[in-house]
Design a protein. Structure first.
Length: 874
RNA sequence: GGACCCAUGGCUCAGUUGGUAGAGCAGCGCCCUUACAAGGCGAAGGUCGGCAGUUCGAGUCUGUCUGGGUCCACCA
């Protein structure tokens, strides 16, 4: 079995050597600015390869990210930026922890969205019956009403051309946002490697019996004319109506049976009536037959516990096929097939053979060729004219299944399709997959319930074949018998070494091209695979499964799958399934699920409302770090409002970081030595605690908490600490150079730590400041350690000292504010009253407080029962 | 029908083993202070959706109800 690297992981991993990279160093600017940082530092990072994956790192030293490949159709939206930034903060943290971060980007350019986009953009339509035209050029002016037909190879060429342009735009945006992706690892889901991986995995599924083909009723989109999978469904509330009419009993003296249906047009496809076995109203009918109105077809009345007595008249008309319940009954009760629907959504020309009466055939002729909607209108008229309609149709609203990308209700048609087993028909497999889900570490944990309910609700295997053009072809051919019939039971498979193949142009081993379509020859499978059949293999594609065993052993199974909650049922589940089959293990140890972006009025963002804010606009207005700040403030998995106010806060933070850093660096660096002043040591002690909190938050994938703690400390650092020590740090009085040195050492040490703590969220600002006074990239530095910080601080300070000093400072400000004087207004005498412990603290900070408050004399009075500090200015 | 998340000052949100609520934004007042005026400082503002429990004590645990959001199932 492949991928045993984790089990063989050495018990104690050696620290990874991080190369020292020289970056351009610059002086502290007079007027620091955020403008232009994105372009400047992105260029440097790319040139220096700051985020390049170290291929020599052992698995234990690697942190590998199964980045979601964004669908390359149109533009990225704020929701993408939101989730990707959150993941990037985690990647940056791990990199600073010394991990070799494997962080590729993929583009999902495979599938329907691209097809649709290309059709619209170029004004073309794919016609698979055409041969490749090497000179084909799309119309200069696309006409949406008159699309030009082109061959499948030509169409695919256009798809590739279009997506290449889109991918460039996407990469530029991601780089502007500062994703620390290794762009040399980029893959595309329609690329050769992805197709090879996808086809190889499918062939192995086939060989092991995990993939199979069968002719069965499937959900069918009549617009796209393709089968769709359970995972691609969504319910939509639609207006409908109950139509009531009766079937005549064939028993002597038997009573008619009234049914109510929303699909009267399927009456000619009726194969049975079904009621609940306990329903007393129909006891006498069970086992008997009835005859349909208009069509005179005799159908049985049967019992099944799925029938609901309280719905309609309590007895259902089973047709082939009105919905998935019909399919269930049809299977369970072994009913015949009477198809009336074509794949294009119209009723077929010929009536089902069961309709034999002259009247029945005449009635059907009225419906033939009509769309479902037209047929329904006509049959209601026919029923009414025949006096069969019992009352008028009763309007209702009910949920109807749609393909999530479609705009007409799904129909059920019988067709031959490929499936991959997923536990939908196999209780044991389902249990195994549920256990796999439990072994995965979910962030946040409650997201696992979505996975569980999906797996528990599976009602069929995974339908992977699609009757489309732009996708990974099923790598199969079928033999053609001497009589010209296709033998679907004995597919011809290619050798793995020949992958990827396109069966519509490649020839199977042992055949010649001339034999295509001929008796005794072969025919290629015309279908492509569902886009998820390829996307479910992103770990294998990105990590180089079979193609690059060395890389694979260093990166797989991956560490984390970040993704949105809406694709747990598709992407997460199917990836887990494929890995289970192929590697008998989880594809990653952890998954982090991000939340939704909501409008300011708390509705999910949607394009149709016209309130979409584009990432480019927002980044332009606020700057990348500000937008990242907004994304990183949102708790993992929590839905968040799109709040530009929060971005302004982020921008203010970044500007403050520039200014505070600039100020701290105006003091010359002191010679190496201890931090001696109590308030300086108190600051470092506090900072050490912040480092511990931020580290454990990041370890638990909680970037938001790490940021919150760091930010809170930073404002205290600016508002209280810097204010307190700046007078001393200036060292205007030469008599206290030791105090100045202590402050200068603490300032630089704290700044160094703060920049590293902020680096995952504010990569541009921190890099800018780092370049003013340090060598290399801040993003290649090691994450701060609380222990070494405490050692550097010379001793463990007392954090309470800083709290008390801050309180006094606050009281001084309050008094000055109340007196409506400037904060720089001099104070001749300051009286501080506090109980003994606090008074002792105040005395230790006496000089700093006088400096910060511009106070000449500070008098400390010990008083009893004072919970805080009181000050009086004179 | 089953499940999950959310409900804290006007707005956006913190509140990690239960001990009588915090921040930012907006509004208000002050300060053009030698890091920062697209800034700084300060004051004010909520009893934590309702009800009932557990507890000496609950925003923080239990039950229930209400109102949002979401997932799954059903959909004759």
């Amino acid at each position: 079995m492949l991928g045993g690297s984790l089990a063989k992981r050495p018990p104690c991993a050696l620290p990874r050597l991080v190369p020292v990279i020289e970056l351009p160093q610059q002086a502290v600017p007079d007027k620091p600015t955020l403008d232009g940082l994105e372009q400047r530092w992105d260029a440097v990072w790319q040139a220096e390869g700051i985020y390049r994956f170290d291929r020599t790192a052992e698995r234990a030293q690697v942190f590998s990210v199964d980045t979601p490949p964004p669908t390359v159709s149109g533009s990225l939206h704020m929701g993408s930026v939101f989730g990707y930034v959150q993941t990037d903060t985690l990647a940056r943290y791990q990199r600073m922890r010394g991990k070799a971060v494997f962080y590729p980007m993929g583009w999902d350019d495979n599938g329907l969205p691209t097809e649709r986009r290309v059709e619209n953009h170029y004004g073309v339509r794919c016609d698979p019956s055409l041969v490749h035209d090497p000179d084909f050029v799309p119309p200069a002016k696309p006409d949406p009403k008159k699309r030009v037909s082109c061959s499948r190879p030509n169409f695919v060429e256009l798809c590739l051309e279009r997506t290449e342009q889109d991918e460039k735009v996407f990469e530029d945006l991601w780089r502007q946002v500062g994703l620390s992706v290794d762009w040399s690892l980029t893959y595309v889901t329609i690329g050769e490697r992805a197709r090879r991986t996808s086809q190889r995995a499918f062939l192995r599924n086939l060989a092991r019996g995990e993939a199979y083909a069968t002719e069965a009723p499937t959900l069918w989109d009549v617009t796209f004319q393709t089968a769709v999978a359970q995972a691609e469904l969504e319910d939509r509330e639609q207006p409908g109506a109950y139509h009531r009419y009766a079937f005549r009993s064939t028993a002597a003296g038997g009573l008619p049976v009234s049914i109510e249906t929303t699909r009267p047009e399927l009456l000619p496809a009726c194969v049975a009536l079904v009621a609940h076995p306990d329903d007393e109203r129909y006891q006498s009918h069970f086992g008997s037959t009835v005859v349909s109105p208009l069509f005179d077809v005799e159908v049985p009345v049967l019992a099944h516990e799925l029938a609901q007595p309280d719905k309609g008249s309590g007895i259902a008309m089973v047709c082939t096929f009105g919905d998935t319940t019909d399919v269930t009954w049809w299977r369970a009760l072994d009913l015949p097939v009477r198809n009336v629907l074509e794949r294009n959504g119209r009723l077929r020309a010929e009536p089902p053979p069961a309709i034999v009466s002259e009247g029945g055939r005449a009635a059907y002729a009225e419906l033939a060729g009509k769309t479902v909607k037209q047929a329904q209108a006509r049959i209601v008229e026919l029923l009414r004219e025949a006096g069969e309609l019992d009352g008028e149709p009763r309007p209702i609203t009910h949920a109807v299944k749609f393909f999530e990308k479609g705009d007409r209700p799904l129909e059920v048609v019988t067709s031959r399709q490929w499936y991959i087993r997923n536990g939908g028909r196999d209780r044991d497999l389902r249990e195994v997959l549920l256990h796999r889900g439990k072994d995965l570490d979910w962030h946040p944990g409650w997201m696992q319930s979505r996975y569980d309910s999906w797996v528990e609700g599976l009602n069929g295997d995974w339908l992977i074949s699609r009757q489309r053009f732009f996708g990974v072809p099923l790598p199969l051919w079928y033999p053609i018998s001497a009589d010209g019939s296709i033998d679907h039971e004995s597919p011809i498979v290619p050798a793995e070494s020949s992958l990827p193949i396109d069966p519509s142009s490649d020839v199977p081993p042992g055949f010649t091209a001339e034999q295509r379509g001929a008796p005794g020859g072969f025919v290629g499978d015309p279908d492509v695979m569902d886009t998820w059949a390829t996307s479910s293999l992103t770990p294998q594609i990105a990590c180089g499964w079979e193609d690059d065993p060395d890389l694979f052993s260093r990166t797989f199974p991956m560490d984390v799958r970040p993704q949105g909650p809406e694709i747990i049922r598709t992407w997460l589940f199917s990836t887990l399934l494929r890995s289970h089959f192929e590697h008998d293990r989880l594809p990653w140890s952890d998954t982090s699920i991000n939340g939704w972006i909501l409008d300011p009025d708390r509705k999910k963002m949607s394009k149709s409302k016209g309130n979409v804010v584009t990432p480019a606009d927002v980044l332009q207005r606020h700057g990348s770090d500000a937008v990242r700040y907004w994304a990183a403030c949102a708790r993992p998995g929590t839905d968040t409002a799109l709040d530009e106010g929060q971005m302004k806060v982020g921008r203010r933070l970044a500007v403050k970081l520039l200014n505070a850093s600039k100020f701290a660096l105006t003091f010359p660096a002191a010679a190496p030595g201890p931090v001696t002043e109590p308030v300086d040591r108190a600051l470092l002690a506090r900072l050490a605690a912040v480092v511990e909190e931020a580290s454990s938050a990041f370890d638990g994938y909680d970037y938001a908490r790490a940021l919150e703690r760091t930010e809170a400390f930073f404002w205290l650092f600016c508002d209280d600490y810097i204010e307190l020590v700046k007078t001393r740090a200036y060292a205007e009085g030469a008599d206290d150079s030791a105090g100045a040195d202590s402050a200068r050492r603490a300032l630089r040490l704290a700044l160094s730590v703060l920049l590293r703590l902020f680096a995952p969220v504010l990569p541009f600002t921190t890099e800018e400041v780092w370049s003013w006074w340090q060598r290399g990239s801040v993003h290649a530095q090691s994450w701060p350690e609380a222990a070494s910080l405490r050692e550097s601080g010379g001793a463990t300070g007392d954090p309470a000292l800083l709290t008390v000093a801050g309180e006094v400072l606050g009281q001084i400000r309050k008094a000055k504010s109340n007196a409506k004087v400037s904060m720089r207004a001099p104070v001749a005498r300051l009286e501080v009253r506090a109980e003994r412990d606090r008074a002792a603290y105040v005395r230790q900070v006496d000089a700093d407080l006088r400096g910060a408050g511009v106070v000449t004399d500070l008098v400390v009075l010990e008083v009893e029962g004072n919970e805080g500090v009181d000050v009086t200015l004179a």
